[in-house]
Write a protein that binds this ligand. Structure first.
Ligand code: HGY
Ligand code: MN
Ligand code: MN
Length: 415
């Protein structure tokens, strides 16, 4: 068992986070390092260089997932993974995902410093396209790894400019040879910023994440009729944007109807032809609904689809919908969650059990391997905003808990 004073190196972790943040800077102090861009490639290259300098081998699978591996004394055993993501939102912060990947590297650097060997190999994982901002859905590559969809289906996903996931992955040189998934994993731990206000407000050091809420992303296309804004009488119009506006209000109300745990948002909306003096003929928008209860999530999905179809009918619009992202609520593995809680207690860090409001790669991996998450506080709970901020102390506490939980699960080898 590790001792209370065996901790990671706070300064080295923070320096790595700040160096990585220089790649794909945003315009307000955060990051815009979207998946499969040249900035993503640069970040991947830097991460690979750091991992090799720490004595790890680096392999890449056919979805671009990167696996940096530190051998165990019995390398035939399944690995213990520490994973998260290096891609960011277009107006993202410096820590969402990145903390989990670089804290994993910091754990390896600390094991090296202390000359500690583990029975199981350990892998630090960078999962491709966790955010789903450029290519929907979110967490697509951990999803392929978990068998949710095939690599071919993922390769066909297109971004807003019509570029395909597969082409962009090959273009940046990260369409690896390794097949995706299908191998045994001892356990996976993901350290992530909370992206909510609870830990900071309660003055707690870490979150022991025992559950994650479920999500549905439903894309709607409302089609009416383009016509002149000056000459077309109001009663004959079929205004697609009027339908979308009513839908946005309706979706917001559904979350309150399913209070207290539901959330519902329309965050992406495209108007066509988007001209000042043309009544909009077509609007595409995406509805993001989430709930920790699978029954309520399914009821929300039905309520949203039926409600927006009704709005479309009232205005004389055609309505098409497609679920473009989905995963059910998840309960993380009890033994892994206990290992996180024991680590926090041993290190003297205050903690509480939590449900994750955001989706994470761990939510998919939990379906195929024992998995748990660790949260660190973030300032004001702000995330998916360039103002996202954490403290070096919060980052280090999370990394310490990750270090102890992973070392214990991988099996310390004395001597
Ligand atoms: O959408 C999410 O919860 C995550 O940030 N991809
Ligand atoms: Mn994230
Ligand atoms: Mn995110």
């Amino acid at each position: 068992m590790l001792k209370t004073n065996q901790k990671t190196n706070q300064t080295r972790l923070w320096d790595s986070l700040m160096d990585m943040a220089k790649i794909g800077p945003g315009i307000a102090g955060g990051n815009n390092r979207q998946t499969l861009t040249d900035d993503d490639k640069q970040a991947r290259d830097l991460f690979g260089t750091w991992c090799k300098a720490a004595g790890m081998s680096v392999s890449v699978d056919a979805m671009g997932n990167m696996f940096a591996r530190r051998e165990g004394t019995d390398d035939t055993l399944p690995p213990v993974m520490m994973g998260s993501h290096l891609d960011t939102q277009p107006t993202g912060g410096k820590f969402d995902g990145v903390l989990g990947v670089l804290a994993g590297l910091e754990v390896i650097r600390t094991l090296n410093d202390m000359g500690i060997r583990t029975k199981h190999p350990i892998e630090v994982v960078n999962w491709t396209n966790e955010e789903g901002a450029r290519f929907a859905p979110a967490m697509v590559s951990s999803g392929v790894f978990a068998g949710v969809m095939s690599p071919q289906e993922a390769y066909a996903i297109k971004d807003g400019e019509g570029k395909s996931f597969g082409d962009e992955l090959a273009r940046i040189g990260y369409k690896g040879e390794l097949s995706v998934g299908g191998r045994e994993i001892k356990a996976m731990f993901e350290l992530h910023i909370e992206q909510g206000p609870i830990l900071e407000a309660e003055g707690l050091d870490v979150g022991v994440v025992a559950h994650g809420q479920g999500l549905r992303w439903i894309e709607f296309t409302l089609t009416g009729f383009e016509c002149h804004t000056g000459t077309t009488p109001m009663p004959v119009r079929r205004n697609a944007l009027l339908g979308a506006a009513r839908a946005v209000e309706f979706v917001n109300q559904v979350a309150f109807d399913f209070a207290p745990n539901a959330v519902a948002t329309v965050g992406l909306l495209n108007v066509s032809p988007n001209s000042r003096n043309i009544v909009p003929g077509k609007v595409m928008f995406c509805v993001d609904i989430r709930n920790p209860s699978l029954e309520d999530l399914k009821d929300m999905e039905t309520t949203v689809v039926e409600g927006i179809e009704r709005i479309a009918t009232e205005i004389g619009l055609e309505c098409e919908s497609e679920v473009v992202g989905a995963y059910d609520p998840v309960a993380f593995d009890k033994d892994c969650v206990d290992a996180v809680r024991r680590a926090a207690d041993r290190l003297g860090y205050s903690h509480k059990d939590m449900v994750s409001g955001a989706g994470h790669d761990a939510c998919h991996i939990a379906a195929i391997a024992p998995t748990a998450m660790i949260f660190c506080p973030c300032v004001g709970g702000v995330s998916h905003n360039e103002a996202e901020e954490i403290s070096p102390e919060w980052a280090a506490a999370g990394a310490d808990v990750l270090f102890h939980a992973v070392a214990e699960t991988a099996g310390l080898v004395e001597g």
